[in-house]
Ligand binder design. Structure first.
Ligand SMILES: [Fe+2]
Ligand SMILES: [Fe+2]
Ligand SMILES: [Fe+2]
Length: 494
């Protein structure tokens, strides 16, 4: 059996950009952390997560504890056991642990002992392990045959290995204890570039890169029963040559949005390496009040509902305020029960792209009728001239129903015939692998959508890329994904 340890370190969170060190994106650390936390919880599922220090950038600034509070609210979401230690940029432990939970001297997870150390700093950003902590390493081994992991902020290395500009001034002494006690693994942060795992005698020494510097990395260490160590590095940015477009980003105008700020979303999209960003607000949120929307008036009455209130101009002016060469405007258009899109068709010419979505069906609980209604609405939607069909089949999953596999082929054929892309969207969804495979085989275009309702989700295509891999695709995404294009300007533009 192996133990999965996530290590996330050096966030350098700050309310203002880190001027003397601009590659440190400390002002984004809250978003970076939340993105990492959600990826860990949903996809990686570590047994334990080690937060290796430097949570904030400026320990003496008056907002230090306030910043800790925001990080803690994200760290509290972690499903795994969490071990948090301060670094040299954090406040002293007695203040730091007013916010975070102080770990025990020995934290045992699935039979592995973790030893968190807060070692005093030495000049040159080095550190020193004190005698009582060397004793703690020995005490952890006494009468214990299992594996032990040393956790600290500053890189620990045998000095002759020359791995890092920073080390412990008494590293030889610590390494000797590592050897004597058979301590399997040492995990550190602090050196922002990080350093590959070094096997030295029977121990592995590893330094993880900083989360706050592009491409925003964290690591997952698999520790096997036999002491072997495998490290996988994850990055929050997209692969550098991926040229991906996120076609499905919501704005503050969605009732279900959590913190969407358009300029911040644009900034994040660029920082995470998106090639383009498409905003796609719910048409039914723009045409109906929250109550009318919740009463599904968009579906029952459609665009001619007596309850209609048109806020689409708010959306266009919001977009216009922040639009840049990198952004595109679309809408996520609902469909009413007759299959008519919930949008005034005059708006079409102002949109760069249109996404069609089936969010509600009256027959969803009626086994005899729901599949017919689904195909009827999809057919109407697809033939209305949309570019992308949002989250195909999600409506079944959301209602805890089995996805009807026999509809994959007819839906794919319909998409193909009308040159409409199928969206890959993981927002409260698991796109069916078999359907994605079929789209790839039959040449149906795909479109990636984060369906971001929270800033951390913008351009989060980790599962999308994994899904393509699982579908057996190993070519260039450029060949299979929809590319964004601008609407043709008209005379009415000004
Ligand atoms: Fe740091
Ligand atoms: Fe540090
Ligand atoms: Fe959406």
């Amino acid at each position: 059996m192996s133990l999965k340890i996530a290590i996330l370190t050096d966030l350098h969170f700050s309310n203002i950009p880190v001027e003397d060190n601009p590659q440190r994106k400390g002002e984004l650390a809250d978003v970076l952390l939340l993105r990492a936390v959600h990826r860990l919880n949903r996809w990686i599922k570590p047994d334990v997560t080690f937060i290796g220090g430097d949570l904030i950038n400026e320990p003496n600034s008056p907002d230090a504890e306030d910043l800790f509070f925001f990080l803690k609210s994200s760290l509290d979401l972690l499903d795994s056991k969490t071990i948090i230690i301060p670094g040299n940029h954090d406040t002293p432990p007695e203040i730091f642990y007013k916010t975070f939970e102080r770990p025990e001297d020995i934290v045992e997870v699935k039979g592995v002992r973790f030893l968190p150390f807060i070692d005093p700093e030495e000049p040159g950003y080095n550190a020193r392990r004190e005698q009582h902590n060397l004793d703690r390493m020995r005490a952890a081994r006494a009468g214990f045959a299992g594996q032990i992991v040393s956790l600290q902020h500053v890189p620990l290395f045998p000095p002759e290995a020359d791995c890092s500009p920073f080390n412990y001034i008494n590293a030889p002494e610590i390494v000797k204890v590592m050897d004597e006690c058979g301590i399997t693994l040492s995990l550190s942060g602090h050196f922002h570039e990080g350093f590959a795992p070094l096997k030295w005698n029977e121990s592995t020494y590893f330094t993880a890169p900083a989360l706050c510097e592009a491409p925003f990395r964290f690591c997952v260490v698999e520790l096997d029963d036999d002491g072997s160590v495998k490290v996988e590095t994850h990055q929050l940015s997209l692969p550098s040559d991926s040229h991906l477009t996120d076609f499905h980003i919501h704005t503050r105008l969605a009732y279900c949005n959590e913190n969407m700020k358009m300029p911040k979303a644009l900034q994040l999209g660029q920082i995470f390496g998106l090639a383009a960003m498409g905003f796609a607000e719910h048409s039914s949120h723009l045409y109906f009040s929250r109550d009318a929307y919740n009463a599904k008036k968009f579906y029952w009455d459609g665009i001619n509902s007596p309850m209609i209130g048109d806020n689409t101009e708010d959306y266009f002016s919001l977009y216009k305020m922040y639009a840049n060469e990198f952004s595109y405007i679309g809408l996520e258009i609902d469909v009413d029960r007759s299959g008519i899109p919930v949008i005034n068709p005059e708006l079409y010419e102002r949109l760069d792209f249109r996404i069609g979505a089936v969010h509600y069906m009256k027959s969803i609980l009626d086994a005899a009728k729901r599949e017919n209604e689904f195909m009827y609405l999809c057919n109407a939607m697809i033939r209305s001239g949309i570019d992308i069909l949002a989250h195909p089949f999600r409506i079944f999953r959301r209602n805890n129903l089995a996805v009807p596999h026999h509809l994959f082929a007819p839906l794919a054929a319909l998409l193909k015939e009308n040159n409409v892309a199928a969206e890959i969207n993981f927002h409260t969804n698991e796109p069916p692998l078999e359907f994605v495979r079929l789209c790839l085989e039959t040449g149906v275009k795909l479109a990636f959508g984060s369906d971001a309702h929270n800033l951390y989700e913008v351009g989060e295509f980790y599962p999308h890329l994994k899904l393509l891999e699982a579908a057996g695709f190993n070519g260039s995404c450029d060949d299979i994904l929809l590319k964004p294009s601008r609407r043709q300007p008209t005379k009415t533009d000004h």
